[in-house]
Design a protein around this ligand. Sequence first.
Ligand code: DX5
Ligand code: ZN
Length: 221
Amino acid sequence: MGIQIAPSILSADFANLERDILAVSDADWLHVDVMDGHFVPNLTLGLPVVERIAQVSPLPIDAHLMIEDPDRWAPRYAEIGAASVTFHLEAARDPRTIAKDLRSLGARASCAIKPGTPVEDVLPLLDTLDMVLVMTVEPGFGGQAFMADMMPKLTALRAAADAAGRDLWLQADGGVARDTIATVVAAGGDVLVAGSAVYGAEDRGAEIGALRALAQAVHHR
Ligand code: DX5
Ligand code: ZN
């Protein structure tokens, strides 16, 4: 796959959510941040809301679960229509089983690591995963500053995937914008989440196009 753009509705207007979902239909995925107020110090939305979003969204749903007990909950998001489900390694008891469950339900299986989690912790799981999400901010809030010091994680993951002959998707989430997206892609990222960059723009479609062009200009694979 080439470059894919995943706008995060965390920065959308929740009173006009369908309008704001349709406004980003030029992208590849709709990134939906599920937060439980325990794994992260913020609370967003859960299963019934994501189910409705999946029904009205023209884009497939990329569910990012910042919640405790993903062993129990992650498969439920696949069942209600998320095409890709990302759980956090730090919260998982049995990540291999979660990934296997997601795949058996027809979803792409993805695992996220927080800034403080070493990349080595996720490397042994790559054969069970379709994507790894490298957080480039502390999860919980949109609009934070991009952490360039996470780039070696992407580089290591890309090298490991290439060595295994795998088309592993590598997602970066947090602070991705016009001034940082080339850095992410140069390090090996190919699925770019952007919340405030897209929804903070007057013309969301044009911003998606601009981000995609900047990313494609440095994409070599
Ligand atoms: C943060 C979320 C992100 C957030 C990114 O915990 O996982 O998806 O929406 O927002 P920006 O792009 O504004 O950093
Ligand atoms: Zn996210």
